[in-house]
Design a protein around this ligand. Sequence first.
Ligand code: HEM
Length: 390
Amino acid sequence: MKPKPLYDPYSPELLADPYPVYRELRDNAPVCYNEEHDFWTLSRFADVLQALKQPRLYSSAQGIAVGMTSEMSNTFEAVITMDPPRHTQMRALVNRAFTPRRIAALEPRVLEVATALIDDCIEKGSCDLVGDFAAPLPTIVIAELLGVPSEDQKMFKERSNALVNQRGRPGEVPDPARMAPVMELVLYLNQVYDERREQPRDDLMSALLAAEVDGQKLSQSELTGFALLLLIAGNETTTNLLGNGIQLMHDYPDQRTRLATNPGALPDAIEEFLRYESPIPGLARTLTEDLDFRGHAFRKGQKVMLLYGAANRDERQFEAPDVLDTSKPPTQHLAFGFGAHFCLGASLARLEARIGFEQLLSRLPDYKLLAGAERNAGGIRGFAQLPAEL
Ligand code: HEM
C-alpha cells in the first residue's frame, strides 16, 4: 500500500485545520511530491513567491487546480487561466474598471448595501452572519458592477457556491449533475449579454461587449469566462474574508474592542485577517519546462501546488505567524497572489471588508456567535454559516 501523502488537498482533516500540516510541510518537506496524483507542493513563502514571479515557467493556462486539465480550463476563457501575452491583453481590458479611483467611487453604494443588510439582521434579532450579511454584500456589489439584475443574486450565489464547492479528484470526469448549476449560470449570463447587445448600459458587461483586442471583439467564450470569473471570484473570497474576520474578532475579544473603538485600524486588521486565514489556501500551476528545483527533478507538464495559506504562516518570513495581531499588519502576504495574476479585485475586496466590518462593529459591537458554525465544504477557507445573537 502506498504511504498516505503528507499533503492531500482532498483530506477532510485539512479542511478542518490545515495549519499543523502546513507547518510540517514547511519544516520537513518544503518541496513535497504527491505520488498518487503526480504533483509537487511548495509551502515556504520564498518558494511560492519565486514561482509566482515566473508565470511563463509556472503556467496557469492548463488550469489552477491540481485535478484540472487544459481541456477543462479552456471550457471558458478566463484571465485566471491564461498566460502572457494573451493574459496581459485581456487583463488590460478589465483593469480599467478596477482602478483604485473607480473602486473608491463605489463606497457610498457599498455603505448603503451593508447598512440595509445590518438593518435586516437587527430587525430579526438573530441571524446567520454569513447568509444574511457576509454572502449578500459582495454578491450585490459585483452583480451591480457587472450589470446583472440584483433580483437574481440569490440564484447566482447558489450556482457559484455549487461551482466552487466541487471537489473532483484528479482525472475524475465531472458528474453532469454537478455541472448543471454552472451551465444554468452560463445560459443566464449569455441571456444578459444578449440584452446588453440590444441595449448597452453603463456596466461592465456592456463595456466587455464593446471592447476590442487588436481590432477583434471578444469571443462568446471569453465574454462568458470573464463574467463567470468576476461573479465567482468577486463573491466567494470576499464572503470568506468577512466570515473569517467575524469569527476571529469573536475569538479575540480584546482585538474586537480595539477595532470597534478605533475603526481607523481596520485596513491593517484586514491584511492580518487575510494573512492569518487566507481564503484561497493555494492554487496550482503547470511547469512548461523541466527544472532542477533544489535537487528535485520537476518535469514539464507536472502540476505545482502553491500554498498561499502555508506561505502566509511561514516563520522564515513572519515573526510569530501563528499569533493573530491586528495591531501589526504584515509587511507583505500572498492572500491575493502576486505578480501577473495578482487579484484584480483586491481594492474592491478591501473596500467591502472595511465598510462591512465598520458597520458590524458600530451597530452590533456585542454580536455573539452561537453553536452551529459550519465550515465550507470546498477548498475555500471560511464559513458557510455563522449563526449569531445580536
Ligand atoms: C478577499 C477577497 C479576495 C481574495 C482573497 C482573492 C484572492 C485572489 C488570488 C489569490 C488570486 C490569484 C490567482 C492566482 O494566483 O492564480 C486572485 C485573482 C483574481 N481575483 Fe481575487 N480575491 C478576492 C476578491 C476578488 C474580487 C472582489 C474580485 C472581483 C471583483 C476578484 C477577481 C479576481 C480576478 C479576476 C482574478 C484573476 C486575475 C488574473 O488572473 O489576472 N477577486 N484573487
